[in-house]
Structures are given as C-alpha cells and as structure tokens.
Write a protein that binds this ligand. Structure first.
Ligand SMILES: [Zn+2]
Length: 608
C-alpha cells in the first residue's frame, strides 16, 4: 500500500521536477539507492583467472561476490595497462588522452625537471612513485618526525616536476598533474566523506586536479592512507619478537602470526637484514596489503584509516591489493604451465581472497551490505599469464633509435614500450626504424643484441584509441611499441638475473595485461545476482556507475563527460531493486526513495 503510493508519486516526479530535486538536494546520498561504494582492486587479477579451474580453491570469497553480483567478462583497463592510468580509469571515467596521465613514469614536454628554474629547458620525465617520498624506506613515506602521514604530507616537494609557464616555477603535486577531476571530488563537492588507500603517497593523484575543488586549498579525499609499498619491511614473529626471512617460511604459512615492521618499529633496529622492499616476496606484500585491509575495516567500523578517531563510513572508499601481482611476477611464482599454478600465486590469491571475505563480513556485521555497492576490479593484468615471459633488454629500442640519429627523451618499457622523442618530427622515421627490427631474429636468453626485441606493431602516438595527438598534446608518447605476447622489456640487471617472469603496462593481443576482472556486487536485486555480462566494457565505466549509485551527477565528472563514458550496462534495472530496499523510516528517506526510484532509473537508462 505504502509502496504503491510512493511509486505513483515517483512517476509524477519523473515527469516534472525530478532533475531540480536532485540538483537542489545536497544530501544526495540520503536520496540514493546506495550510501557507499567500495572499490577493491586486485593488481594483476585477470578475468581468465576467475574462470581458471586450477585457481578456484583460492577464490571462495571472490566467487561469493560473483554469485551476488554481475560479472563483466570482457572488461578492459587502460592502454597503457599501467597502474596510474589503470586506477584513473575508474576514478575519473577517462583515458590517458583526457587525464594526461600515461604511466607512473612518463614525460611532459612542457613541465620542468625537479629543482629547475624558469631558464631550464622545458621537458622532463615525470616519475610519480616512491621516488617522491620524503623517505621511501619508511611505510609512512617518511621518517617519524618528518610530518609524513601516508598521504600528501609524505611527499617531498623538491622531488616534484615544476610548472614554470607563468614566469615563476610551481611544484606540481600528483593531484594537479591529473588534468581532470575524480569521483572523490564530485563526492566531496556534494559534502560527502571519502577515503582511499593505495601503494605510494603519490596516489595523492586520486584527489584530482585542485581547480575542480569546491573548497580551494582543501583536497578531496578526507582520509588518504597510502603506505609506501617499496619501503623496507620485515615480518616480525609475534611469539619470538624476532624478524624472519619470509623465504624461509612455507608459502601457506599463517601470516596472522606475524606483524609487519619497518625501520621505525623493528626491535632489531634499522640495520636488520630482514628489512627489504615490500615487493621482494609475496608474504611481505601480503602483510603490507593487510595494513590497507585494516584501514578499510576501521573505516567500515566508523573510524579513520588508522583507527584512531571516529569518522563517518566513507561514501566512496577503496584499496588496492598488491600480493597477487608480486606472486605473478616472481620467478618462482605465476602459472608455469596451464592447470599448475605456483603455490606463491595460489597462496597470495587465497590471502587476498580471505581479506575480501573479511571486508564483506565487516560490511554485513555493520548492516552495510545492502547499501554498499562493492566493485572488484584490477588496475591491470599481467603478461604472460601462463609460463615465463621472454626478458629483453629495454636499451635495445633506445639504442636502435639513437644509432639512426633519433634522440630519445624518455622510453618507458615493460611489456610494451612508450617513447617520447627529442625531435618529434622524426616520429615516422623512428616508426620505420623499429619496424625494421622485426627482420632480425628474436631476442631472448643470452641473445640480447642484433635481435628483434619482440616487436609486433609500432604505432604513432595518435594511432591508438585513448591516446592524444603527440604533436598537439604535451604528454602523449610519440610512439607506442606493441610487443609479441609474453615479451617483457627490462633493465640489464633484471634480464641477466631473471628477476621477473611477467609484466604489465602494454596491450598484448592476448589481453593478459588488459582483460581485467570486474565484478559489481552488494545490495543488488535478485534478478541481478549471479549474472554474467559478456559485452565489451571499459573500467572507465565504473566511475560513472559509482556516482550513479550514490545519486551523484556523473556529468560532474569532467573526463567522463568529455569522452561520453556511460555507466556499466545491465545495471539500469538496479532501480527495480528499489522496491526490495528496506523501507526508509524518515521523511528524508521518503524523498530518497522517490529519487532513487525515479531519477536513478532514468539516468541509468539514459547512460545505457
Ligand atoms: Zn600495479
């Protein structure tokens, strides 16, 4: 009875004042289907991992999300499939040509190198990773007393590129290197509380360009917790109070018996030989991930990331898991042959899967499961998925160009290569030179000169979708070199020592680096549970769906608007689930119910 009258009123509103109701309603979340969106990313997780029979035992909780949600089997991340553009896909709804961010380590033709002056020639590498930390050896991104806070205060401004275009040089923080806004800014501008957790303080980039902040000088994300993954950490045995070398522990060890320490907390002091980069062994990485899992659990429990203050449960929050990616790259990890995953990979995946289970349980315990949209995806996959990659010295590409009289400003190489030239008018010539390498025998093993580094295609920057025109855009690479599946470019040491078997960043034809996992779950109506959607989608669409779910206006997302990014398909009927949402108990709730029923469904249908 009550349902019926609301429904009638909702239909009336649809035809009359629904749009103004939304715009005028600052407390948009009170009016929407969902109060929260939780974005979980598992670095390296491919769609093909989700369906691999040999990995199912490690996917219990992820399969739980599948059974209560929609699985998109044909989801692509960005090209390049690097962490920064990958995460920006779902935080901005836009590709690199619009965000201006092609890689963690990229190049700008108009910015000036850190420490430069107005007289310094323009053009600089822009590396926004652990290198900009105050002190990358500490988890906080800086030593105790340095002001490092796992976020923007952990960044050393003297390491930042400079914008000297106005006659004085200004440091460019990661958030201002991004040319667009993010979903966090749209939420913040609507007065909502947000949190985010990722792998370096440089993930300040998620705050978005400050010109889009409603409150000048205030960053969008209320609680940014980005402990440094490359800090030196050790596993401390809780029983013996001594650190251990994780390599001496079995891969299925119960990691709950250990805590993660860095130089500031290690009882053996900063010279403990067990203090090593968090990416050196998957157990270190798993414990590192646990820090961020704890932050999410704290946030679900109404605390800040560190658990030290009471705060609202964020409207948008999320984290990135790294252990699976580390296990995929490890020479003793990955999937050596089809059907036989390494114990490193299965244990890393099990650990991550168990963490996802903990998070979902915490949502359930707090009564948040039905009003939290849970998105599980990945910034990138890893190539090759099966077997060991062929490692090739990355210098082969630069050397071939240099030998032809073509000077290279920057070459960023992983399982593809992106090249910024000194003289852009040589781009076509450079394309021909690199294509010519295909006539040589393939590189690999000890054959690392006079060989083809695995070149499949060489594109000019403007020939790839998602790329700008390098002659007009200061950041688009002049060339993008697509490698044969399984070829990985690396530094000389990594090639000689065989320190990795897989990588990402490229766009291999197999999709191993780009066809990522994507599951949308949480509070969906029965008809949307356990659904598989095979249409080709981009993870950029997650950004639009996130704002839709919260009743926020996706057209506020400038990158998504420029690119015409639509919500994920098959979610339009989310609004059908409105009837099964628990009855709102207040007047605000009544309006909320009407809004979600009318406006949410309308926008979803328009967005496809
Ligand atoms: Zn990554």
């Amino acid at each position: 009875m009550l349902h019926k009258s609301k429904l009638a009123l909702a239909i009336t509103l649809l035809g009359t004042t629904s749009a103004s109701l939304m715009i005028g309603n600052k407390s948009a979340t009170a009016a929407s289907l969902y109060q929260h969106v939780l974005l979980l990313s598992v670095d390296g997780l491919r769609e093909s991992d989700l369906t691999d029979p040999s990995l199912q035992a490690a996917l219990t909780n992820i399969n739980g999300l599948k059974s209560t949600g929609i699985t998109y089997t044909n989801a692509s991340t960005s090209t390049p499939s690097d962490s920064f553009p990958g995460v920006l896909n779902y935080l901005t709804g836009a590709s690199p040509k619009t965000t201006g961010v092609y890689y963690d380590d990229s190049y700008s033709r108009t910015l000036t190198a850190p420490g430069g002056t107005v007289a310094t020639p323009k053009g600089t590498e822009v590396n926004l990773a652990e290198n900009i930390d105050k002190n990358l050896t500490y988890l906080a991104g800086g030593a105790p007393g340095s002001g490092a806070n796992y976020g923007v205060n952990s960044i050393d401004p003297t390491q930042l590129p400079l914008d000297c275009s106005s006659g004085t040089c200004k440091q460019v923080y990661p958030h201002d290197y991004l040319q667009t806004n993010t979903i966090f800014q749209v939420a913040a501008n609507a007065g909502l509380y947000t949190a985010y957790s990722d792998k370096h303080p440089a993930y300040d980039i998620a705050n978005g360009n400050s010109k889009y902040n409603a409150t000048p000088g205030k960053l969008a994300i209320n609680d940014l917790y980005s402990p440094e993954i490359n800090s030196n950490v050790a596993l401390l045995d809780k029983t013996t109070n001594k650190t251990v070398d994780p390599k001496t522990l079995p891969n299925n060890v119960n990691l709950n018996n250990y805590t993660l320490v860095d130089a500031s907390t290690d009882p053996l002091g900063p010279n403990d030989p067990n203090l090593k980069s968090g990416t050196t062994e998957f157990k270190r990485t798993a414990k590192y991930d646990d820090l961020k899992v704890q932050a999410i659990l704290n946030e679900i429990n109404g605390k800040n990331s560190l658990g030290t203050t009471n705060d609202p449960v964020p409207a948008i929050f999320g984290m990135n898991f790294q252990a699976v990616s580390v296990a995929e790259k490890s020479p003793t990890g990955g999937i050596p042959t089809a059907g036989n995953p390494s114990t490193e990979l299965t244990n890393a995946l099990s650990h991550t899967d168990a963490s996802i289970g903990q998070i979902v349980n915490a949502l359930s315990t707090n009564g948040l499961l039905n009003n939290t949209l849970v998105v599980l995806t990945a910034k990138h996959g890893q190539d090759p998925r099966i077997g060991k990659g062929t490692l090739v010295k990355e210098s082969i590409i630069t050397n071939a160009l240099t030998a032809a009289g073509i000077s290279v400003n920057q070459n960023t190489s992983d399982d593809s290569s992106y090249v910024w030239l000194t003289n852009q008018s040589q781009a076509a010539q450079a394309q021909t030179v690199l294509q010519g390498l295909k006539a040589l025998p393939l590189c690999g093993g000890t054959v690392q000169s006079n060989c083809n580094p695995g070149i499949q295609n060489v594109f000019l920057g403007n020939q790839l979708s998602g790329f700008g025109n390098p002659s007009q855009d200061s950041r688009t690479p002049d060339l993008a070199v697509q490698l044969l599946p399984g070829f990985v470019l690396a530094g000389n040491g990594a090639v000689t020592n065989g320190t990795k078997i897989a990588e990402h960043g490229g766009f291999p034809t197999t999709g191993d680096a780009t066809n990522v996992a994507l599951i949308v779950s949480g509070g969906l109506s029965a008809n949307l549970r356990g659904v598989t959607n095979n249409s080709a989608v981009s993870t950029t669409q997650v950004a639009v769906t996130t704002l839709d779910a919260l009743g926020l206006d996706p057209s506020q997302l400038v990158g998504a608007k420029i690119e015409g990014t639509k919500a994920l398909p098959g979610i339009a009927s989310l609004s059908v689930g409105a009837a099964s949402v628990p009855e709102p108990s207040t007047t605000g709730g009544l309006i909320g119910f009407l809004s979600l029923f009318g406006i949410f469904s309308l926008r979803s249908r328009l967005k496809g």
